[in-house]
Design a protein around this ligand. Structure first.
Ligand SMILES: [Zn+2]
Ligand SMILES: [Zn+2]
Ligand SMILES: [Zn+2]
Length: 156
């Protein structure tokens, strides 16, 4: 994701979509869950639960229980609004949360950016290969590690 864009739009869009999706599904996007979503969206890079917890505690002016944040993140993941990047133990907002999907990510080893690609062919190939082996897929998330374009062009 380009650094040169008005990220406030990304955040506003993500919150608007989340409101609409949760209303449609009858899922409760409480004020806290919404605030956690906003903090996940503070950038396009995956954020750890601890960083989110710190921001939230700062905003609230009091310490927030870690479990509260983990539960909110769990809800957001279940609703497909946020993806968990296992290899980074971090969370990133989904740019296309309409259809629940597990996501495929290009994770940059240098800057930590995680670009979501979501190519349905990749998901379908994984599910087909697993079915051939009688394996039932629960989370076909793919995390590809490497170097993003801008880090290749501007090595640190
Ligand atoms: Zn943005
Ligand atoms: Zn996604
Ligand atoms: Zn990078």
């Amino acid at each position: 994701m380009s650094a040169l864009h008005d990220h406030t739009h990304c955040i506003a869009d993500a919150l608007t979509r989340a409101d609409a999706l949760c209303a449609e599904r009858g899922a409760r996007l409480t004020a806290l869950r919404r605030r956690v979503l906003e903090l996940v969206w503070s950038s396009h890079r995956p954020r750890g639960a601890y960083a989110i917890l710190e921001d939230l505690s700062q905003q609230e002016g009091k310490a927030t229980a870690p479990l509260t944040v983990y539960r909110a993140l769990e809800f957001l993941v279940e609703q497909g609004l946020v993806h968990r990047i296992e290899s980074l133990n971090a969370y990133v907002g989904c740019a296309d949360p309409g259809a629940v999907h597990s996501g495929q990510f290009l994770v940059c080893e240098s800057c930590g950016d995680a670009a979501e690609i979501d190519d349905p062919r990749v998901g379908a190939a994984i599910i087909a290969a697993a079915a051939d082996r009688g394996f039932r897929v629960q989370r076909p998330t793919v995390e590809v590690r490497g170097l993003c374009k801008s880090c290749q062009e501007n090595p640190r």
